[in-house]
Design a protein around this ligand. Structure first.
Ligand code: NDP
Length: 244
């Protein structure tokens, strides 16, 4: 039986655009109050909050750079003070600078690893103590088909998304007895600002022959949030690109 998400408090990182935006809206539609984290896109984030109000749920905006520990701690404190203890975390914020194999610099490697992987560690670490105290929690991480196939962005991105799977497996294992599940979603290719429209990629890589929609990923997030028996899993959402 699906668990009722009504009244749960959700934090979605990078919720101003793309998959994060669709996820924030879908969680609100399922009854959650939602904290919308963003970094630069304040107008877009405000528009997400306005849409959430239509569902009759509370929404707050919190600008924070999730790569910085001090900002993450302020983010979590702010959400808990204004909405309440966080039940559900979606580690979604990410970047994908396309770089050729030879030209990835150490600084680009560090930027991608920090934004895509370290941020998930920082935000998870900040919310897990509260989830443990209340014996209920959902950790949902955005990985990628890049973790499984290498993908089309580059080794730095693939490594960051594979790291997320290890992080998720460890949390799932360590927290299984405490009412907390941890899962990942591995999408490809979802039509957001991150993805350039390329018919060749569409027709050659994706058997279904189209890009995915952010709402299709959001649907999977809601399913994982409302299911207490799925943990330690990677849900592939890729139009048939990678099958397992
Ligand atoms: P978008 O580029 O559309 O959105 C990225 C979001 O991340 C924005 O809201 C942005 O906020 C936020 N963000 C980036 N850096 C930071 C930061 N340091 N602190 C806080 N927020 C930040 O990406 P998508 O929606 O396409 O992707 C979302 C997630 O899904 C990513 O982790 C991505 O790697 C993953 N993914 C996406 C796929 C796709 O095909 N689109 C495929 C596989 C995985 P702002 O604009 O306010 O700065």
């Amino acid at each position: 039986m699906a668990e009722n998400l009504s009244g749960k408090i959700a934090l979605v990182t990078g919720a101003s655009r793309g998959i994060g935006r669709a996820t924030a809206l879908a969680l609100a539609e399922s009854g959650c109050d939602v904290a919308i984290n963003y970094l630069h896109s304040s107008d877009e984030a405000a528009a997400v909050a306005e849409s959430i109000a239509i569902f009759g749920r509370r929404a707050i905006l919190v600008r924070a750079d999730v790569t910085r520990e001090d900002e993450v701690l302020r983010l979590v404190q702010d959400v808990e003070a204004r909405l309440g203890p966080i039940d559900l975390l979606v580690n979604n914020a990410g970047v994908n600078p396309v770089t050729s194999l030879e030209s990835i610099t150490l600084s680009e490697w560090n930027e991608v690893l920090t934004t895509n992987l370290t941020s998930s560690f920082l935000v998870s670490q900040a919310v897990i103590p509260g989830m443990r105290a209340r014996k209920w929690g959902r950790l949902i991480m955005l990985s990628s088909v890049a973790a499984q196939t290498g993908g089309v962005i580059g080794p730095h991105y693939a490594a960051s998304k594979a790291g997320i799977l290890g992080l998720m497996h460890s949390y799932a294992n360590l927290l299984a007895k405490e009412g907390i599940t941890a899962n990942a979603i591995a999408p490809a290719l979802i039509e957001t600002d991150m993805i350039w429209n390329n018919d060749k990629i569409k027709s050659t890589l994706i058997p279904i022959g189209r890009f995915g929609q952010p709402e299709e990923v959001a649907q999977a997030v809601v399913m994982l949030a409302s299911n207490g028996y799925i943990t330690g899993q990677t849900l592939n959402l890729n139009g048939g690109w990678y099958m397992s």
